[in-house]
Design a binder for this molecule. Structure first.
Ligand SMILES: Cc1cc2nc3c(=O)[nH]c(=O)nc-3n(C[C@H](O)[C@H](O)[C@H](O)COP(=O)(O)OP(=O)(O)OC[C@H]3O[C@@H](n4cnc5c(N)ncnc54)[C@H](O)[C@@H]3O)c2cc1C
Length: 380
């Protein structure tokens, strides 16, 4: 067995960076559905610290920029929208068609869709969205040492070739030939775990066409979500483990987690159009946007206390090309197509292949276990 990894590190979209002794997750950070998330037990067995405290997402710190009555109205509008998706879904399967045109909290719903799905509601399959929502619990935990660090530490003891992108896969002959810059590797079976952006973008050439899979990947595009971390200087006066969103009337607004784990940082999270806009701006422009949003809430005095320290740009990240997958309207069934083995020797894993826990690190893990079991059974 051998693992071929294109990047110079393992983990992909699970990626922790260190800053002043703090572990900051540029990709996944939350153990969603924590009580049934396999990473919870893996983390604890490996000596990582699972933080089970409740997330502060629902809170608007000191009601800044978002009055209590507006919070209630926005929350009611979102809840009513969810009910329409569930009980009166649009025939188009397009989530945006369940919005009431011109309704006051549509931009808020778009912002939430950006965080949850990485995409706007006009590009979102209702059936796919509900498949996730029905299966997920409300339990969201964290790993103090970093989710990315946990994933990287959990690599099984198998030969690993870093910086070895597979450029082509040839399954026309008896052996599967994996073409890399370092030469060809022959195998009896292969598990392809690259993102749908890489698959549909042609990063790997399949010498024998796998059109159904590539078409399915193109209908499960990666949405975009990005993070920005800002260090807090002395005298900021903020309280740990609190949260607010920048501007609830702007679909591109950020979601700001203040002092996670009590650390002197603010974690900004941007989804969909907001994340796309920040990637277009580049890191300097992205941090300027975040600081402007925070100054609009806390006053200009906060500017001198904020220092950019780290940020992601997942669309521009080599070998990944986006954040997490969603199904386009009418294409929820593509997850099953993408997950189907070919000739019982070419197998597919990765978050996008999970029928319910897609878009997550635990969905990716479970899909890998499923594909490995399929491969072992086929080889036996
Ligand atoms: C900002 C952000 C926040 C997120 N938050 C959460 C969260 O809180 N909780 C959660 O559960 N999930 C979250 N996610 C999603 C989660 O990170 C992903 O769903 C998951 O990590 C995807 O894993 P994967 O193995 O499917 O794909 P990837 O992580 O993309 O792994 C694929 C691997 O294949 C490699 N590769 C690509 N091309 C080739 C090639 N040609 N040859 C060899 N190797 C190749 C890549 O380098 C990569 O290492 C978040 C993601 C982002 C971006």
């Amino acid at each position: 067995m051998v693992v071929l990894e294109a990047a110079t590190h393992v983990g992909g979209r699970a990626h922790t960076v260190g800053f002043a002794g703090m572990a900051l997750d540029l990709g996944c950070g939350w153990l969603h559905s924590g009580e049934r998330n396999p990473w919870t037990a893996i983390a604890e067995a490996a000596g990582f610290t699972v933080d089970r405290s409740e997330s502060a997402w629902r809170e608007q710190y000191r009601d800044l920029g978002f009055s209590k009555p507006d919070q209630a109205a926005a929350s009611d509008a979102w809840e009513a929208f969810q009910q329409r998706l569930r009980h009166d879904p649009p025939a188009s399967d397009r989530a945006a068609d369940a919005l009431h045109p011109g309704a006051p909290w549509n931009a808020y719903a778009e912002a939430l869709s950006g965080y949850i799905n990485g995409a706007g509601l006009d590009r979102l399959s209702v059936a796919d969205y509900l498949a996730y929502d029905d299966a997920a619990s409300e339990t969201n935990w964290r790993v103090r040492e970093g989710y990315g660090a946990l994933v990287a530490a959990s690599l099984p003891p198998v030969p690993l070739h870093l910086a070895t992108p597979v450029t082509a896969i040839d399954h026309r002959g008896r052996a599967i030939r994996l073409e890399t810059r370092a030469g060809v590797i022959e195998a009896r079976a292969a598990i392809v775990t690259v993102s749908t952006a890489m698959l549909s973008g042609g990063a790997i050439v399949f010498r024998r066409a796998i059109d159904d899979h590539l078409h399915a990947a193109s209908r499960l595009p990666l949405g975009l979500a990005d993070k920005l971390f800002l260090a807090l200087g002395d005298g900021h006066g903020l309280e740990p483990e609190t949260h607010l969103i920048g501007n609830p009337r702007d679909a591109a607004t950020g979601s700001y987690y203040l002092m996670p784990f009590g650390r002197p940082v603010i974690e900004g999270f941007y989804g969909g159009g907001g994340a796309a806009m920040l990637e277009r701006e580049g890191q300097a422009g992205a941090f300027a946007f975040a600081i402007d949003e925070l100054a609009a809430l806390f006053g200009n005095g906060i500017r001198a206390r904020l220092r950019p320290i780290a940020g992601s740009a997942w669309c521009r990240t080599d070998h990944v090309g986006g954040s997490y997958s969603h199904a386009l309207p009418g294409h929820a069934a593509c997850r099953a197509t993408l997950a189907a083995p070919i000739e019982d020797r070419l197998f597919f894993a990765g978050e996008a292949t999970h029928s319910t826990d897609f878009s997550t690190a635990h969905g990716a893990y479970q899909s890998g276990v499923r594909a490995a079991e399929q491969a072992l059974e086929a080889l036996a």
